[in-house]
Design a protein around this ligand. Sequence first.
Ligand code: HEM
Ligand SMILES: *[C@@H]1O[C@H](CO)[C@@H](O)[C@H](O)[C@H]1NC(C)=O
Ligand SMILES: *[C@@H]1O[C@H](CO)[C@@H](O)[C@H](O)[C@H]1NC(C)=O
Ligand SMILES: *[C@@H]1O[C@H](CO)[C@@H](O)[C@H](O)[C@H]1NC(C)=O
Length: 209
Amino acid sequence: MGIIARLATVATVLAGRGLTAPASAKDQYCDTSSGVCYSEVTVGVAPITWRIAIPAVGEGPFDVLLQIVAPKTVGWAGLAWGGGMLYNPISIGWANGNSTVGSSAHIQPDYYEAANHTVLKGSTVNETHWTLTTLCQGCSTWIHNGGSKEILDPGATAASFAYAASAIPPIDITDPGSPIGIHSEHGIFTIDLSAAKSTQFDSWVARLR
Ligand code: HEM
Ligand SMILES: *[C@@H]1O[C@H](CO)[C@@H](O)[C@H](O)[C@H]1NC(C)=O
Ligand SMILES: *[C@@H]1O[C@H](CO)[C@@H](O)[C@H](O)[C@H]1NC(C)=O
Ligand SMILES: *[C@@H]1O[C@H](CO)[C@@H](O)[C@H](O)[C@H]1NC(C)=O
């Protein structure tokens, strides 16, 4: 079964359990201390909040600001930019003491492109949650399994992404390249990328560095 078909199955199953979150322009979050506004969605068992901001561009590729807010019971959480586990860039985050770690992956079969993550201000750990705020360069375009070049559409009002999480932290939480184990939950969600656009994107990134 192809990846699209499998994802469609996952979507159907999740929708049946009421686990998918609808995206709408209302799902916006502005951080009062930094001023950064994101499109956001909160999903899953934990649950985990995913926030995305992008520059005001007409087409990709583009850099993305990603914020992950997860309960401390979450050992790692990852977002797959192409909507499935394989053949697309993945952003993974986890807590390391009082700070957080951002990492790139492209799970099997090959690492084909260097997506990189810069951990920014607003990456914190408190009594209950860890928050990763990161700039990903290289997450909005990739080669799908040696085939077609994929580029995210910044105008998409319901861009489809996959996420996964596990209660078990990576083997070496100090190492962004640490191996991680399999997820205990995974799913897909949509998010309004067009509402995540801002002309202030570059100044936000500069402020958060
Ligand atoms: C951030 C990282 C990850 C994400 C976002 C993710 C996402 C997903 C998704 C959406 C599926 C179901 C659809 C599909 O097959 O494409 C899936 C299945 C699967 N994933 Fe992952 N995954 C991640 C990491 C991993 C890792 C590290 C492993 C193994 C160590 C793994 C092993 C599996 C396996 C074995 C399946 C198929 C069996 C199942 O349904 O559980 N994944 N993953
Ligand atoms: C982490 O922060 C808490 C308070 O927020 C503090 O008590 C603790 O010492 C810090 N731990 C480290 C390793 O810095
Ligand atoms: C910890 O951080 C989370 C996520 O930002 C926030 O919702 C929560 O209110 C914070 N808790 C405390 C005690 O500051
Ligand atoms: C990060 O990735 C982008 C896009 O692929 C690339 O232009 C940039 O040079 C990379 N930066 C580092 C420090 O690797």
